[in-house]
Design a protein around this ligand. Structure first.
Ligand SMILES: NC(=O)c1ccc[n+]([C@@H]2O[C@H](COP(=O)([O-])OP(=O)(O)OC[C@H]3O[C@@H](n4cnc5c(N)ncnc54)[C@H](O)[C@@H]3O)[C@@H](O)[C@H]2O)c1
Length: 339
């Protein structure tokens, strides 16, 4: 069987999840991991029986690697992704695609020009209940959508922000609760309810010190369809609550909590068969990644083997970034922002 050979750069919180996912995908193989920190690089190389290097240039120079996973601070995604593309590698970057539209566009264009695949992690698109709801909406099961709400009611401690120089900075995190933690659910609400046309917003930093960015963001949205929406991005909600998506239409509404359907009240379309699961407990800076990295990485691997676009292209990943930046602009100016 032909296998896609992978190299992973960045072995902090999320890189190891990529190592584990690749190890679970039949037609993928982890060839080499890379981090500036030799202890981490050695640890994961041993754990996954692969090579390691401390040099990204060395990683992308290898001719036995087809796909590079960029699991570095957000503001480094385009720079490292472009280098990998120019070395002829397919690219997966972690979310967000980068922290500015200019950087995102540079990465998208470079990958298209170099004729390599580009995907950006948005693993919740692959959660079974969200996928089920998306298909139901596409079939018109909810009727005309009037409202979409997205709430990320999380908590991150001061220690979390102090744990990395890049966390909570404009340059490398690109924003706070909304850009880093909530970007997943910004993507989900625009994925489910369609493109966003207009944004009004407020942001504040209320529960943390030594961060440049917001820890609470609220916004109202107007979708292109005319439907209205609400966004909440929060890392002040001590000790940590659920994520919630609400979608209401003329034939029914759905509430999703922690990526699982909590309420399904749709006239003529059955609920998915899943059980409601409990949310994170306790004083949580616990990071809830979900279980869908493996599904998304498997899609990228198959996209390479089948020479098609992955389900989440760079162009797709640009949408949530544009919304987050629109929220920041609206909050700064006090004016509505049109996308
Ligand atoms: N999809 C998700 O659920 C999810 C969850 C967490 C983080 N993320 C994203 O993943 C990215 C990384 O976040 P994190 O929390 O893992 O960060 P982190 O700070 O924990 O890890 C970053 C790693 O990169 C390494 N590194 C930095 N510069 C390097 C270089 N030039 N060469 C090689 N290694 C280098 C660091 O040593 C560190 O080990 C961010 O963009 C974040 O938004 C996504």
């Amino acid at each position: 069987m032909k296998k896609v050979r992978c190299g992973i750069v960045g072995l902090g919180q999320i890189g190891p999840m990529h190592c584990e996912s690749v190890s679970q995908i039949e037609n993928a193989q982890l060839v080499c991991v890379c981090d500036l920190d030799e202890e981490k690089a050695q640890k994961y190389a041993q754990m996954y029986r692969c090579d390691y290097t401390l040099s990204f240039d060395e990683l992308i120079a290898r001719d036995d690697i087809d796909l590079i996973h960029v699991c570095l601070p957000s503001g480094m995604h385009a720079e490292f992704g472009c280098k990998a593309a120019k070395a002829g590698k397919n690219v997966i970057v972690e979310k967000p695609i980068d922290v500015s539209l200019e950087a995102a566009d540079r990465l998208i264009q470079t990958c298209r020009q170099c004729n390599v695949k580009l995907s950006c992690i948005s693993q919740h698109r692959f959660d079974p209940d969200i996928d089920y709801l998306k298909k139901a909406i596409e079939k018109g099961a909810l009727g005309k959508i009037s409202f979409g709400g997205s709430h990320t009611k999380w908590y991150r401690s001061q220690e979390y922000y102090d744990s990395g120089d890049w966390r909570g900075t404009w340059a490398l995190d690109g924003g706070g609760a909304l850009m880093n933690q909530s970007v997943h659910y910004v993507d989900m609400i625009q994925y489910l309810c369609g493109p966003v046309e207009e944004i009004q917003a407020q942001c504040a930093t209320l529960a943390h010190e030594r961060i440049e960015v917001e820890d609470v963001a609220v916004a109202t949205l107007k979708f292109k369809s005319g439907a209205l929406g609400l966004l909440e991005g929060n890392t002040t909600a001590y000790p940590g609550f659920c994520t919630r998506l609400d979608v209401y239409g003329s034939k029914g509404g759905v509430v999703i909590e922690n990526d699982v359907v909590k309420e399904w009240k749709v006239d003529e379309y059955p609920a998915p068969g899943s059980q409601v699961v409990e949310g994170p407990k306790g004083a949580s800076s616990a990071v809830i990644y979900g279980k869908s990295h493996t599904r998304q990485i498997a899609d990228v691997v198959n996209a390479i083997l089948e020479d098609r676009d992955p389900l989440v292209t760079g162009e797709e990943a640009r949408h949530p970034l544009a919304i987050v930046l629109g929220v920041y602009e609206a909050a700064k100016t006090g004016k509505a922002v049109k996308l």
